[in-house]
Design a protein around this ligand. Structure first.
Ligand code: UGA
Length: 489
């Protein structure tokens, strides 16, 4: 592998992690952002958001001198010969992705280039963007200076960004020249030598892979949430349904966790952008189903508010403790967070809401300053009439139901993420509700098992040989996305 001098333009979740990751892979990296506060923090080795493992990696490479930061695109143009574009493509008013930040970078950067250069897009863009950028680059590049463009979409998950950057599950390289492909293969020689598969494609395929992957994941989540609606209508249990479905390797258990649905800066935005792009392409029918996925997902938030209303009657004067504000655990990101959305709606309906999130209190307060924030879960729950579990941080799974029971006014819990061991809470005399689960029925069944077989709960009952109780999970069954998985058959 040769040492490459690269720039990473845009230092949000994606860019900051990519910059540190590329330094770890042995390259000389300069990170560029127009926000001086962000660049100031990163240059001092401080990560301005919560991402496990990133502060250590950043500090290591700022100290080694392999990773530097600047607000000057000119400096990056002079120092690097490969430029990764990691700027945001936010949702526009009609749902389409706004690519104006990418255009602005290209328009400034390209005329400053004086030597052969590769520009690599990593931002999530509507299919067709790269082709249009190639034409734009050809128009504005200095005569005689070769500027090539490749697309290399990013699949990292917040909370696992460092791992996903250094050990991705695949590398997708959209390239139109052998040189561009070779440069990217050389840049990623570390992961490629570990056996990470490389898929080389044309530009439109590489753009589409990214949004198609997110659309598929969103569909999987909405599918199980639509089943949760049927479970509620029939008395079936969606968590057992997901476990049973997941044992089929063609389906798989991951991303079949039902509850409050998906949020964040990617899945909701990307399905809407794909719908908008299909409209522009004259193929609205191809992804019409994604509108349904979006609706099913939005209904999850309504459902949890409904369940809260059903357990307290009127919200006026009722005190509700909300556990979790971020859109998922191990993140302080509250963009389109289902948890924060529900908390705000409950407050608007008249409840006194106190919220606690292990990392997102500050980011949530910036959006919802009138909510009350607590320094820990027990303080949030003090004198509560209802406790809502809205983001499945590991520390909420470790709460002692008896200790929480000592501080609340009423022991009523809604596990909106279907992630807690509800039987532990029921054993401590909590009334527990969970979307897509009929816990009363489950408890009656458990009592029957208890009477017949001397066991308290169905998951403790001795199963016939060859069967396994999938409601009780050992630590090994917890996947790296922090959710319980069924054991392999
Ligand atoms: C997502 C993709 O998973 C990444 O592969 C992709 O690179 C990234 O978007 C991106 O486009 O940059 P991320 O937004 O970090 O990653 O979050 P996910 O782990 O996908 O979770 C998204 C939402 O779905 C969360 O609100 C989570 O709580 C919810 N979810 C996830 C469920 O409701 N059920 C599940 O089974 C899994």
């Amino acid at each position: 592998m040769s040492l490459h001098r690269i720039s990473v333009i845009g230092t949000g979740y994606l860019g900051a992690t990519h910059a540190a990751g590329m330094a770890e892979l042995g390259h000389e990296v300069i990170g560029v952002d127009s926000d001086p506060a962000r660049i100031g923090a990163l240059a001092e080795g401080r990560v301005p958001f919560h991402e496990p493992g990133l502060p250590e990696l950043l500090a290591k490479h700022v100290a080694s001198g392999r990773l530097q930061f600047t607000t000057s695109l000119k400096e990056a143009a002079e120092r690097a010969d490969t430029h990764f574009i990691c700027v945001g493509t936010p949702q526009g008013p009609d749902g389409a992705a706004d690519v104006s930040h990418i255009h602005a970078v290209i328009d400034q950067l390209v005329p400053m280039l004086t030597t052969p250069t590769l520009i690599v897009g990593k931002s999530t863009v509507p299919v067709g963007t790269a082709q249009a950028l190639m034409e734009r680059i050809a128009r504005i590049a200095k005569p005689g200076v070769e500027v090539d463009l490749a697309w290399n979409p990013e699949f990292l998950r917040e909370g696992y960004a460092v791992k996903d950057t250094l050990h991705p599950n695949r590398l997708v390289i959209g390239a139109t020249t052998p040189d561009a492909e070779w440069t990217l293969r050389d840049l990623y020689q570390g992961p490629i030598a570990e056996g990470v598969p490389v898929v080389v494609t044309d530009l439109p395929t590489s753009e589409l892979v990214k949004v198609a992957a997110n659309a598929f994941l969103a569909t999987k989540i909405s599918f199980i949430n639509s089943m949760a609606e049927l479970c509620e209508a029939t008395g079936a249990d969606v968590t057992l349904l997901a476990d049973a479905l997941g044992h089929d390797e063609r389906i798989g258990r991951r991303f079949l966790n039902s509850g409050l649905g998906f949020g964040g800066g990617c899945l909701p935005k990307d399905i809407r952008a794909l719908v908008a792009r299909a409209d522009e392409l004259g193929r609205p029918e191809s992804v019409r189903f994604l509108r349904d996925m979006d609706e099913i997902n939005q209904r999850r938030r309504d459902r949890i508010v409904e369940m809260a209303a059903a357990s307290v009657g009127s919200f006026r004067g009722v005190k509700i403790a909300v556990l979790g504000a971020s859109f998922k655990p191990d993140s302080d990101d509250v963009r389109d967070s289902p948890a924060l959305d529900v908390a705000i709606r409950l407050q608007e309906a008249g409840a006194f809401v106190t919220i606690y999130d292990p990392a997102a209190n500050l980011t949530a307060r910036a959006i919802a300053p009138t909510l009350r924030f607590a320094a820990n879960a027990l303080t949030a729950c003090r004198k509560a009439d209802l406790v809502l579990h809205l983001t499945e941080w590991a520390e909420f799974g470790e709460l002692d139901p008896a200790a929480v029971g000592d501080v609340v006014r009423r022991k009523v819990l809604i596990d909106a993420r279907n992630a807690l061991d509800v039987h532990r809470w029921q054993d401590a005399d909590w009334v527990v509700h969970a979307p897509g689960r009929s816990l009363d029925a489950l408890d009656k069944h458990a009592e029957r098992v208890s009477r017949d077989g001397g066991h308290r709960h169905v998951h403790d009952a001795k199963m016939p040989e060859g069967c396994e109780a999938t409601t009780r999970r050992s630590p090994q069954e917890i996947s790296d996305d922090g959710r319980a998985q069924p054991t392999e058959a």
